[in-house]
Write a new protein. Sequence first.
Length: 471
Amino acid sequence: MALTQSGSGRDGWSSRTAFILAAIGSAVGLGNLVRFPAEAGANGGGAFVLFYILCIVLIGLPVLLSETLIGRHGQAAAPESFRKVAEQSGKSTAWEHVASLGVLSAFLVLAFYCVLGGWVLYYVGVFAGDLFTTGISGGAFSDMTVAEVEGLFPAMISNGTMTVMLNLVFLAVTVFFVSRGVSGGIEKVAVYLMPAFFVLLLGITIYGLFGGQMGRTLAYLFTFEPERLTGPVMLAAVGQAFFSLSLGVAGMVTYGAYVGRNVNLAGTSAIIAAADTAVALLAGLCIFPIVFAAGLAADGGLGLMFTTLPHAFQEIPGGSLLGLGFFVMVGFAALTSSVALMEVPTAWVSERFRFARPVAAGIVTFSAAVLGALSALSMGVLSGFHPLGFLPMFEGMGVLDTLDTLTGKITMPIGALLTSVFIGWVANKRLVDSENGLDGGLHLFWRFLVCWLCPIALTLILIVGIFPGVL
Ligand code: PFF
């Protein structure tokens, strides 16, 4: 039964815990598991990690609270929620276009995110097949050479038919839940998968603690070398903090719209940010002990998860089972994020055009499948197609990299920047104060952050993202 916590008669989260799990599910995803460990290791360990945590607390958390606040006040799809807050503050309703940009960003991220989700499914299949054929003892892929295991990834991404199909499967699973609504679908996937995700993450980290090279991992991730914290590295950390908390795509506005009036948004946002950060750190503590135990070097980028780790699982005892558990865990995290990404445009299409939810979700899925197919093929037959290659910052990039850069470096920071300006400077103070759940010094501190620190930091990210030579 759909309990309407929001009190507006709309579908909504059936409890505060359900909202927290769904929001953590949205935040925890490939960003935590693939990008954070690779960046933390490659960009100077402890100094990067410390700076990242500062970004989460001082920039990410205030914007997260701003987004959920707008959603909870508006009780509608993101643009409509912005419009209501603007209207009630006596300001131009053009502010709703901040959220329209967010809806577009969420759709663009969805289109390439599900391609990566499809890759994860491929590895789930490969490890499951290996476990069935060779059993649990020894490492994974005992009948393959190292070159063959490391060759799986390039072979898979250049096989267009396979990646397009995998993308479709991942989208199909996502739309299955989104079309069932908030309490009947989106919430269910979070409530079941997030606890399973945490069990797998802790289990594999404990394996690393006893069977892997935890000492070397701690040195790799936490050695404090402040001189490596250069301008571009700091901006990479801010951008990663935003992507990881799912900010700037109106996602948390959309999820916030299903939250009941009785929920304290500040406390809840803090729990979400803390859980997301803990998972990013645990991901590092889960991945590197295995990589080091196999005697491998920590690779950066996508290679860490899709080439180095499968090779590492080949070398360590119980590798097939661990590898399967690992990729199932990544798949769970990716699914709870793709569900959030799909919900943003679905809620908008459904409210704007008055379509039933399954129809709206179907339209979004079809469009994402088309753009996703172009993204998937950009690693193979379409690798020579550079849609925005005439602009220096997109030079040489295929569709997938273009979407990633366009959203991560431009549209998401713009969305987050305008959101903080909207809440800090435009929206009625009394309205904001009645929603945010803060008082005293903390309230003043949050005001300072949304009014000053967030806009300044986000403007910097944008400048450096667009003109990389500036720093
Ligand atoms: N936060 C997700 C991750 O770290 O993988 C990505 C994401 C999900 C971004 C949902 C935006 C969003 F609305």
